[in-house]
Design a protein around this ligand. Structure first.
Ligand code: GLU
Length: 415
């Protein structure tokens, strides 16, 4: 996966924005680092009676705008630096969509594919016991991310409530509906991405109906991007891939059938009437919208020049390196940067918290309407900034997001 340190990459992106904004040195330094980091060891009893010790992290990157907010990743390559980078991006994400929340992230270094359901439950509960004192609706609120699910959120919320002896549904978001989840949370990340792709197409004067899309990464975000890209924008899916490889058909692939196939077989390979395609080939396809929807650093200076999409809608966090960004910029690819494109997830997480606090739940239509408003507004702000400052969309998103967090730090008297 990562060939440059993802946190160095996040800092580099911030440095560019700091220079452009003329940030005071103290504000710049404050925003370059997490304000608080928690590292825990998690001894967990395995089903065979042995004990394994997992390493867990929670990074509360910046809380100037509100309680820190961000997902928990369970991944074999998780390190303190991936969590720091993702915490920084969460800080810019909540800011760019104007939520009253800070940014944070957590993770456990593990391979969930090798864990049984009971082992996952014990790991989830162990994590919460280790970090509970640092969490809370008014402190820090986790959510799902790569390889963590609504079921895992349920165990975590239950453990937290057991420790405190009272209900606190808002301590974690992305929960199942039956125990305080929000309608529309499950596809929110992709839906938000599809809304901003729609807005980008308007600016570029592209009618997306019947145009093509390709999706790299076919987990939750990738699957819903395929379904909603077709349903809401009329896009035709021509290729999709996951960590094992992908499938391609220039005549189009039925997203619903492909999602069903992946959920049943655990793979995309062998899906009827398609050709095999590698991840790398998929990125280089001639397509209108490309959705990188898996992990960091898949678009680098090695392959950026070969991308032939018109709109790059980054549902993954950190898929494009700064060097690749410059190349895409020169080649006229319209980039919807990660912390704008994938902000739909945390936006509906915020709605979930609001509903938990009121103990009153919204209809699906209400969630869609409010999400669309938030995403469209954020897109307009970033697009306006890119025009005004004559910078690309990622730089513009940084300018909008960093300026808001910096102002909050100043107003609090931190700097
Ligand atoms: N993990 C998601 C993200 O990277 C969602 C975070 C949240 O809902 O708090 O945006």
């Amino acid at each position: 996966m990562a060939n440059i340190n993802p946190f160095a990459m996040a800092q580099q992106q911030l440095d560019t924005a700091a220079a452009k904004l003329g940030l005071e040195p103290a504000v710049h330094e404050l925003l370059r680092w997490p304000m608080k980091e928690i590292k825990v060891l998690l001894p967990v009893r395995m089903d065979d009676g042995s004990t394994r010790v997992f390493h867990g992290y929670r990074v509360q990157y910046n809380g100037a705008l509100g309680p820190t907010k961000g997902g928990l990743r369970w991944h074999p390559d998780e390190t303190i630096d991936t969590v720091r980078a993702l915490g920084a991006w969460m800080t810019w994400k909540t800011s760019v969509v104007d939520l009253p929340l800070g940014g944070g992230k957590g993770g456990v270094t593990c391979n969930p594919k090798e864990l049984s359901e009971t082992e996952k439950e014990r790991l989830a509960r162990a994590y919460i016991r280790a970090v509970a004192e640092h969490l809370g609706v008014m402190r820090d609120v986790p959510a799902p991310d790569v390889y963590t699910t609504p079921q895992i959120m349920s165990w975590m919320m239950d453990e937290y409530e057991t420790i405190l002896g009272e209900h606190h549904p808002g301590v974690i978001t992305g929960k199942p509906l039956a125990i305080g989840g929000s309608a529309g949370r499950v596809d929110a990340t992709s839906r938000g991405g599809v809304y901003v792709a729609r807005e980008a197409a308007k600016k570029l004067n592209i009618d997306l109906t019947g145009k093509t899309m390709a999706i790299q990464g076919f987990g939750n975000a990738g699957q819903y991007a395929a379904l909603l890209g077709q349903k809401l924008l009329g896009l035709k899916l021509i290729a999709a891939s996951d960590s094992k490889g992908g499938v391609y058909s220039e005549n189009g692939i039925d997203p619903e059938a492909l999602v069903k196939y992946k959920l049943q077989t655990g793979t995309l390979q062998g899906f009827p009437v398609t050709d095999a395609i590698s991840n790398e080939e998929l990125l280089q396809l001639e397509t209108t919208v490309l959705f990188p929807s898996a992990l960091e650093q898949v678009i680098t200076e090695q392959n950026a020049d070969k991308l032939k999409c018109k709109i790059l809608c980054e549902l993954a966090n950190g898929p494009t390196t700064p060097e690749a960004d410059d190349i895409l910029d020169q080649n006229g690819v319209f980039v919807l940067p990660d912390f704008l494109a994938n902000a739909g997830g945390v936006t509906v997480s915020y709605f979930e918290q609001v509903q938990n606090t009121y103990n009153f739940y919204w209809e699906l239509d209400e969630v869609y309407k409010r999400l669309d408003l938030k995403m469209t507004h954020a897109f307009e702000n970033v697009y306006g900034m890119s025009q005004q400052e004559n910078v690309n969309m990622r730089q513009a998103a940084y300018l909008v997001a960093v300026a808001r967090v910096a102002e909050a730090c100043r107003l609090r008297g931190w700097v």
